[in-house]
Design a binder for this molecule. Structure first.
Ligand SMILES: Cc1cc2nc3c(=O)[nH]c(=O)nc-3n(C[C@H](O)[C@H](O)[C@H](O)COP(=O)(O)O)c2cc1C
Length: 187
């Protein structure tokens, strides 16, 4: 089972094109997948006072959070699709992490207080787009987000694809990027 977390507000975006190409391919191949469309589902990314009061107990008042946690628990491949905004993920996806990654379901703590994973996801595919060179985004994606967030909760086997020069680059560059992503996902 593959779970796709899609985070882009605009249906005519390149990111949406990537989502469409992947879901078309999975549907054609009869592969089982689920899409969490954060903007499309009207997810509220704000970890507010009432939810923060429950945070230390690993509880939430948000029914969408419960559904998303269930999806993470039952998936063996997670795909995150999002544009790079200010060198990182959009606030919507950050809010998904803040609200959904809860103690007891997504992570836990050892008696010494260190974080440990509750998830056991063997394959994690990150698909992003940026204007800047991938090398500039790399330290965040590979030096921070992957080891200190994803691996911490048990999202393993991380492979990152970034389509840089998204607007200034050619259509051939974007098509080549999409082909390499689809090729990887076919394996
Ligand atoms: C709020 C905002 C912040 C952005 N910050 C960055 C950035 O830090 N680095 C970068 O390379 N591109 C940045 N961009 C450009 C986006 O990455 C680019 O518009 C997007 O990847 C294009 O894909 P799309 O057509 O699917 O939206 C930013 C765009 C927006 C709207």
């Amino acid at each position: 089972m593959t779970t796709i977390v899609y985070c882009h507000p605009y249906e005519k975006s390149y990111n949406h094109g990537v989502l469409q190409a992947i879901t078309d391919r999975f549907t054609a191949e009869g592969r089982e997948y689920d899409v969490i469309n954060l903007y499309g589902e009207g997810f509220n990314p704000v970890l507010d006072s009432a939810n923060l009061a429950l945070y230390s107990k690993g509880e939430t008042l948000d029914e969408q959070v419960k559904r998303y946690q269930q999806a993470l628990k039952t998936t063996d491949h997670i795909i995150l699709i999002f544009p790079i905004w200010w060198g990182m993920m959009p606030a919507m996806l950050k809010g998904f992490i803040d609200k959904v990654f809860l103690k007891g379901t997504v992570y836990d703590t050892t008696p010494e207080g260190a974080l440990m994973p509750c998830l056991d996801i063997e394959k994690t595919t990150l698909i992003t787009t940026s204007e800047e060179d991938s090398e500039i985004i790399g330290p965040f994606m590979e030096g921070y987000f992957t080891p200190l967030v994803l691996n911490t909760v048990g999202m393993n086997g991380v492979k990152w694809f970034n389509c840089d020069h998204i607007s200034s680059g050619s259509a051939a560059h974007r098509n080549e990027f999409l082909a390499s992503v689809l090729d990887y996902l076919a394996k």
